[in-house]
Design a binder for this molecule. Sequence first.
Ligand SMILES: *Cc1c(COP(=O)(O)O)cnc(C)c1O
Length: 564
Amino acid sequence: MNNQPKIAYFSMEIAVKENIPTYSGGLGVLAGDTIFAALNLKVPMVAVTLLYRKGYCFQKLDSSGWQIEEPVEWIVEDFFQELPERIKVDIDNRIVHVRAWKFEIKSPSNFIIPIFFLDTDLPENAETDRALSDYLYGGDQYYRLCKEVILGIGGVRMLRALGYQHLERFHMNEGHASLLTLELLEESRAASKRQAVSEEDIENVKKQCVFTTHTPVAAGHDKFSMDLVTQVLGKREVFSRKDIFCCEGVLNLTYLALNLSHYVNGVAKKHGEIANLMFGHYSIDSITNGINVSRWASAPFQGLYDRYIPSWKEDNFSLRYALNIPKNEVWESHMQAKKQLIQYVNRETNIGMDQDVLTIGFARRATAYKRGDLIFQDVEKLKSIAKEKGAIQLIYAGKAHPQDREGKELIQRIIRVKESIKNEIRVVYLENYDVELAKLMTSGVDLWLNTPQTPMEASGTSGMKAALNGVPSLSILDGWWIEGCIEGITGWSIADEKQKHDSRNDSNEDSFLLYDKLEKVIVPMFYKERGRFISVMQHCIALNGSFFNSQRMLQQYVLNAYFN
Ligand SMILES: *Cc1c(COP(=O)(O)O)cnc(C)c1O
């Protein structure tokens, strides 16, 4: 493969590095891990995203547990290099000038992947347009659509201005980027000097486009009224193609991407099935998400793997051989990672957690369907397990989206319970969950808890980070865990295969099953059968770390989507 990039990867958010606050959560972290995997496999890729000067988001919890969010202050110039190229996009009869900032990731052998952050904060732009580079989420429909015009249309134009003429694939990581299809249609039409977009143009664009859909949650799919779309983009002949653009006066960006891609996938097997049901007559494949192992293995486990599986970074499949790592060394490395986390917790909160106590971690976006408080459904039961079977402590983190009132109430509820049980069970809610804290938590707890309502968790990736660090999950069977869970071997399910089928997401029922697993299986094994517990840890690495990584994931994108 020569070095001329062939794949353009578009994502509304990308988490490339600590302290660059241009992501909100899973989607952005996955985008970052995908790009790191491309670097590792030398897949010729460029990435395009937007710059957010008022970064997402600094979370504080007030004394009542209510979330207050502030922009993250950061200095763009400290991280990125400004490029001289400028492009223009027409928005609502205004000309918007766009520049790009470059961030490069480079392999030891000098293979490079550039990431371009588009920015409208230029003096020649109107104030409204300068502000498009402020926030990742927030603002109204108009604000959001304008940003998606910058990402999709502006992104393609910027790539061309930067000299990328021979891109073969445009990968839309979620529907936010799908307006790029409009620009590609226009390019195709102009190249053939046709007056209007033709079937040939549509086929041309389809050949180039790949689309990954990420969520069954309705709010995750952008919809704009055609009136708004026409106001922002002007009247375009192509909008009259009802088969591509418009159902009942609404432009749904997910359908736009579905209509104009030759390959579409969901992010886990089950999610692929759900997406096929959601969207009807499209053929949707699945590529299960993965995480970047160099990024997510804690320092103690990096050392352990370097000693026992020296090729683990170049060849993630070789983590399969983790079963041969002596149990005492796995435990030793885990205790080092755990100590780091417990020290952090105690320094931040002065709660006095004990590193020998079974520590359960839960860190997710605080939103209703993830049910962060499921483990508190019956507090008396939880207390009695801790009393009878062995002590438990709980570490929480996670931000609510600024507009998600229910999510904020969920955090507040958890904090109230935490106060009420502090004499029996230590609980903390750590502020400001980000990639650094995610790394500390997923590697430092003993058990990773996940309690979504099915089938809302398309994949989930934090449990994969935990598995790579030998931390088993206790999780509802949804998303990746349907594939990753071998009961009692790689972790535990809450509601098994049979129970899952009649599951109505009844929180009483689910919490009962959760307590049952803790009481009868996990807590006793942790305290009384340490060897068996460590065997589960080894299988987390060998069976799940070796597979649920972004190297395997990107190989599947290469095989099925990029070069097919
Ligand atoms: C990994 C990660 C996520 C995604 O975790 P889920 O399991 O999908 O909830 C979200 N935020 C941060 C900071 C992460 O590192």
